[in-house]
Ligand binder design. Structure first.
Ligand code: 2AM
Ligand code: CA
Length: 278
């Protein structure tokens, strides 16, 4: 399994090299709803898919883009239950704007469980890698989730766009923005936000409107680092059935074990007194 992770690491770095010089110089190709895509998203995915297909011909591949620009890529495994999950650029709006917070994400699910993953922060040249039984590293140095209780200095990462299915901000989300107990941070890349938990930098990371490719790779790193990946009601996100997956949302809380209870309490509507001015 370490060989597979090493392969994914090298592949994420080479995909990052393809996109790096284009940050801030590339326009959106299309605007499908809120979703940004550039030629470099497709170049990066093409590069990753070609290498994975050659090396692991029996594995499936799920990717956010496809060459025709008509949706996602989803190739079922020829044998076994392994599916590689790719986000060729996570944080495309940052990439287009020239804000250096974006990542190449390559994860591997086995029977719906993230067993290894790589999140490559392209502009900082920081490669977060890890998985079940593999631990977690950043540029080869061991990392781990925090084991200390949250304090007044603890960071909580949030991903922008916290609207619920009714197109409204949940009460708990407004209250989190209004409070000062947690130090709220938003990077614009759900995967980079999530791996801050694996790195022991943040106590938690909440993404409401992410897709599977926004979390699969980061989840493997977080789990390898001793963190947890649960849904907003506290149940484990994985294993997750990929049958018929078509880009549905996968809301999640990534948490240091020592902060999990406090963070879940924040997600209850009545837990925080909101100072939002009506
Ligand atoms: P993306 O860049 O791969 O699309 C902040 O926008 C984060 O949320 C990014 O990680 C982005 O991933 C993700 N995201 C997922 N769905 C989104 C959407 N509909 N609009 C904007 N960002 C989205
Ligand atoms: Ca993307």
């Amino acid at each position: 399994m370490q060989h597979d992770l090493d392969f994914a690491c090298a592949l994420a770095r080479s995909a990052g090299a393809i996109v790096r010089e284009h940050q801030g110089r590339t326009e959106r190709l299309t605007k499908q709803g809120d979703e940004a895509v550039t030629a470099l998203d497709r170049d990066s995915q093409r590069h990753i898919v070609a290498a994975l297909t050659a090396r692991f011909p029996n594995d499936g591949i799920l990717g956010e883009e496809n060459d025709a620009g008509t949706g996602i890529t989803f190739t079922q495994p020829r044998s076994g239950k392994r599916v590689w999950v790719i986000d060729p650029i996570d944080g495309t709006n940052n990439f287009v704007a020239g804000l250096g917070n974006f990542a190449v994400c390559i994860g591997l699910l086995d029977d719906g469980y993230p067993i290894l993953g790589v999140v490559y922060d392209v502009m900082r040249d920081q490669l977060f890698a890890g998985g079940t039984d593999l631990g977690a590293t950043c540029n080869g140095q061991s990392i781990s989730a925090l084991t200390t209780p949250p304090t007044a200095a603890s960071l909580l990462m949030l991903t922008s766009n916290m609207l619920n299915a009714q197109g409204r901000m949940p009460t708990w989300a407004a209250a989190l923005h209004a409070q000062t107990t947690w130090k709220i941070r938003v990077l614009g890349s759900a995967a980079l936000e999530a791996v801050m938990v694996a790195a022991g930098i943040a106590q938690g990371s909440i993404t409401v409107n992410g897709k599977l490719w926004d979390i699969a790779a980061a989840a493997a790193v977080i789990l390898g680092a001793g963190g947890e990946v649960i849904d907003l009601s506290g149940k484990p996100v994985f294993p997750l059935s990929l049958a018929g997956y078509n880009g549905g949302k996968v809301p999640y809380l990534a948490a240091a074990p020592s902060a999990k209870a406090a963070l879940l309490a924040c997600l209850k509507p009545s837990s925080l007194v909101s100072s939002v001015d009506p």
